[in-house]
Design a protein around this ligand. Structure first.
Ligand SMILES: C[S@@+](CC[C@H](N)C(=O)[O-])C[C@H]1O[C@@H](n2cnc3c(N)ncnc32)[C@H](O)[C@@H]1O
Ligand SMILES: Nc1nc2[nH]cc(C(=O)O)c2c(=O)[nH]1
Ligand code: SF4
Ligand SMILES: [Mg+2]
Length: 219
C-alpha cells in the first residue's frame, strides 16, 4: 500500500512528460515582418507544418504535410527565439491553428514575447493567447466565424477582380478598428497592383500590404 502511494506521483509525472506538447516545425527564423500592420519590425517566425486549405498560389506548399516536419518541443522553440534581441514572435505555417497553440503562446508570453499569428481562420477553435491576429481568409475553405471578433487585422490576397468583393464580405463581421489590408498575390502583381492602388484610393478604409521581404530578398 505504501509503495503504491509513493509510486503514483512518479507515474503521473512521467505521463505528463510524455504528453507535453511538441509541434511539427518546418522552419524557424529571425527576420523582418514583411507584411501587414507590423511590416518592418524584427520578428522570430515559427512556421508550423500542416495545412489542408489548398490555395493553388500558396508560396509555401512544402509546409502542407505536417508529417514531413520534425516535432519540436515548446522549450526548444522558445529557446530558439530567445537567441535574438527581438521580442515579437510570429506563428505561421502551414495553417497554425490546426494545432492547439495554448502552451506555445503561454511559454512565449512568459518569456517576454509578443505573440502574433498569421492564419486563414480555418480551424475547430482559436486556441492560444494572442497579442495580434492577422486573419487572411481564403476562398478555398471557409473560415470558422469564431475568428471574426478576434482579428486585429484582415489581410486578403488579391488574385483576381472578384477578390475585392470577397474581401469586403468579411468587413461587417469584424471588430471596429480591425485593420484592413489588400495584398497582391505575388505572381499577379503586375496586373493587380495598379487595381489595388485604385481601389484603396476609392476605399480609403483599406491599406496596401506588400510582401516587402520578397523585394528585400530576405526570408
Ligand atoms: C503562407 S500563409 C501561412 C498562414 C496561413 N495559412 C494563412 O494563409 O494565413 C502566410 C501569409 O502569406 C500569404 N500568402 C501565401 N502565398 C502568397 C502569395 N503567393 N502571394 C501573396 N501572399 C501570399 C497568405 O495569404 C498569408 O497571409
Ligand atoms: N519576412 C516575412 N514576413 C512574413 N509575414 C508573413 C509571412 C508568412 O509566411 O506567414 C512572412 C514570411 O514568410 N517572411
Ligand atoms: S491557407 Fe496559408 S498555408 Fe495554407 S495553402 Fe493557403 S496560403 Fe498556404
Ligand atoms: Mg511567407
Amino acid at each position: 500500500m505504501l509503495l503504491t502511494q509513493k509510486k503514483q506521483p512518479i507515474e503521473m509525472n512521467s505521463l505528463l512528460a510524455v504528453e507535453a506538447t511538441a509541434l511539427p516545425v518546418m522552419e524557424a527564423f529571425y527576420t523582418i515582418q514583411g507584411e501587414g500592420a507590423h511590416t518592418g519590425r524584427a520578428a522570430y517566425f515559427i512556421r508550423l507544418g500542416g495545412c489542408d486549405v489548398g490555395c493553388h498560389w500558396c508560396d509555401v506548399k512544402e509546409s502542407w504535410d505536417a508529417e514531413a516536419h520534425p516535432k519540436l518541443s515548446i522549450d526548444s522553440l522558445v529557446d530558439g527565439a530567445l537567441q535574438y534581441p527581438g521580442r515579437m514572435a510570429v506563428i505561421t505555417g502551414g495553417e497554425p491553428l490546426m494545432h492547439d497553440l495554448t502552451e506555445l503562446t503561454a511559454a512565449l508570453q512568459t518569456a517576454g514575447f509578443q505573440t502574433n499569428i498569421e492564419t486563414s481562420g480555418v480551424c475547430q477553435a482559436v486556441t492560444g493567447s494572442w497579442d495580434w491576429i492577422c486573419f487572411s481568409p481564403k476562398k478555398f475553405k471557409k473560415p470558422n466565424p469564431a475568428i471574426y471578433d478576434k482579428a486585429d487585422e484582415l489581410k486578403v490576397i488579391i488574385y483576381n477582380q472578384s477578390d475585392f468583393a470577397f474581401a469586403e464580405s468579411f468587413v461587417p463581421y469584424l471588430r471596429p478598428g480591425c485593420k484592413l489590408f489588400l495584398q497582391t498575390e505575388w505572381s499577379r502583381s503586375n496586373e493587380m497592383l495598379p487595381r489595388i492602388v485604385d481601389y484603396v484610393k476609392d476605399h480609403p478604409q483599406w491599406q496596401i500590404s506588400l510582401q516587402t521581404h520578397k523585394y528585400l530578398d530576405i526570408p
